[in-house]
Design a protein around this ligand. Sequence first.
Ligand code: COA
Length: 527
Amino acid sequence: MNEASDAEQNAAAYRILLEALARRRAQARGGGGARVLAKHRERGKLFVRERIDALLDPGSPFLELAQLAGDGQHEGVPPGAGMVTGIGQVSGRQCMIIANDATVKGGTYFGITCKKHVRAQEIAWMHRLPCITLVDSGGAFLPDQAKIFPDAGQFGSIFYQQVRMSAEGIGQIAVVMGACTAGGAYIPALADELVIVRGQGFMYLGGPQLTQAATGEQVDPETLGGALMHSRTSGVSDHLAADDVDALAITRRLVSHLGDWPARRWQIAPPRSPRLDPNEIYGLISRDARHPSENREILLRLVDDSDFDEFKPLYGDTLMCGFARINGFRVGVLANRGVLFTESGNKAAHFIDLCCKRDIPLLFLADVTGFMVGREVEQQGIAKAGARFITAMASANVPKYTVITGGSYGAGYLAMCGRAFRPHAIFMWPNARAAIMGPEQAATTLALVREQILARGGEQWSDAEREAFKQPIRDEYERFADAFNFASNLWVDGVIDPLETRQTLTLLLDAAARTPREETRFGVFRM
Ligand code: COA
């Protein structure tokens, strides 16, 4: 088969993945569906996405995060978990926008909604972005309390992070646009400044029904927690708006009073498009997980002018390290080209140290089956090299971004700045997969363990029995590793089309540029 037709077949396989992405995104954009949306509009309310449009500077980009969170997790709940989050420009300044979608179960919080809100705050905190929360939520989705109430990372963390960000001078603005109950009321109550919509926004720790049940008091919503009451009597609200449009206009003014926007800490070169056509990336991503993708060629199509200045190109070459620019922003890139060896681990640690000393953000492009195993490498001390890589990456106090471009497995996934290492953001391409190991390895490992146990009892498996044991494991590992599963569980911040990668990173790097430089102190390097 010639090369061109191979690329065409890859690209054709990719189109199917992009269609799946488009389908899921369309579902997410639809919110709770036409019937509930009609009811929502009858109440004079704008749909959550219209609210965000009205809030943003006209024509400015909006980087939506976690758009597919919760996909398939709750009956009748579309991808997005009843909330829209993302980074957008308001009054000339990048902000994190967190907005309930009241057309999905009254905007109530499932466990995954809490996780999405908490993650949006984390990204805001790391980039020091003001948070604008458009609140329209009945609080906790009560049947899901185990995932909402008791643990860190759940609802309580939303409050904690609001307070800590406020203490650090990261602006917190809330707009009450619907009936906000319990947790839904504490979110605005904990904001620095609060806008409420007349006749439409309500805030109470206990709604009229709960109040009656608890104390016997019968009280109408307006008296209990209406906009006028909170603006005139309780003083909970700071700004009274006539309707959604007015509330969002007020919010834009509030952003303009947040104080000066810090200057960028890096010099930005004039942005340049890649010299090699990024559209060719689709043909370079292998359609068959058993065959590696052409990662060097892919990388060249992601960076400005296709210019990648490689560090130690002849040493540890299964990991490419080097400097490049994304729309003018300098990044230190680590990108896989095969399994990680001792040399590649050492090289990564050295390169990360360079980037930290020079205050250059790190970009991890992950496509890695893991670290090499076997006697030879163990005797070389690959455990030390892996530990050095992980120590350098975990210690690095420069902004870190991860894009999983292929299969990212085991300790390789972790070393390439997996979710646990607090990347400033982490995305997957639709073809990407991640798991503790590949499906075949997992099935074989578990079958070997089982066979040893059987052998102790003097039993043996037939080939058919072994296969019957292995197939469900393979299937489960396949399902687990899927990029859309990672997005649904919020183990990544989104699934992006490869062609969206540059724009996504640009927006984030632009935000990171306005954060103060932090020194890195490395953990002990085991030599
Ligand atoms: N937990 C679980 N489900 C809830 C819920 C909650 N706290 N609040 C609302 N829902 C569900 C409803 O059962 C309904 O489900 P359905 O679509 O399967 O029929 C859906 O969300 C929409 O509710 P509905 O009352 O029809 O919408 P609304 O827009 O008229 O009102 C609320 C939304 C949130 C204002 C209203 O439902 C309410 O007051 N809920 C109770 C809020 C509360 O007491 N929360 C305490 C949390 S600690």
